[in-house]
Ligand binder design. Sequence first.
Ligand code: ZN
Ligand code: ZN
Length: 253
Amino acid sequence: MKITFLGTGTSQGIPIIGSDHPVCLSKNPKDKRLRVSVLVEWDNYTFVIDCGPDFRYQMLRAGCKRIDGIIFTHEHSDHVLGLDDIRPFYFRQGDISIYAHKRVLKTLKRRFDYIFQIENKYPGAPTVVVNRVKNKPFKIKNMQVVPISGLHDKLQVFGYRFNDFAYLTDMKTLKNKEISKLYGVKVLVVNALRIQPHRSHFNLDEALQFIKQVNPKKAYLTHISHLLGFHEEVEKKLPKNVYLAYDELEITI
Ligand SMILES: [Zn+2]
Ligand SMILES: [Zn+2]
């Protein structure tokens, strides 16, 4: 299984438009972060988790020529706004499968009504095949996927486990029952926004505490804001098995 980090930044990305914060001005490519998304590849399959406003560029940058579907964590703009840009895939491959909680599907239907329209559909609009995700394991191709439900302030969000790999973003609180679904995972990706606490995201301490509880072999932090600090400086302070993810990082599990 191969994971490619397409984006590792929080909702505004790094740099933030117009910001002269030192991290936003950093010349280190690892301090430049598009909105969060990962490419998950196994056998001959390619899935994307979330497709935010940087989706088009992320697909070009990763050289991604086909996708088998998109799995959504939740409906916030930084995770869904690129949905229109599935068009090149749709033109080449036909209908694109999407997987999401019913509440997320409802939001997508409202925000991208033309994609879901059945009658008098504009010919250039893409079509999706809707797969509703409930909080129980489901199959994607030959892979069993286990949703992990958590709260992002008061909003329900799904993380996903694929065998030895799990990807969680925009989490703030999780019940122990949900955390226990992650036990035994080799590689865990989890969000860490900044140093200071935040009402809807893990800060660095909370993410590290969470990683300790899950106890994976390796963990990567994502959904990072400029307020976490410079990539190089933050990474030096992390525990041995914890790394900061960065855009275009590839890992094989
Ligand atoms: Zn987000
Ligand atoms: Zn969010």
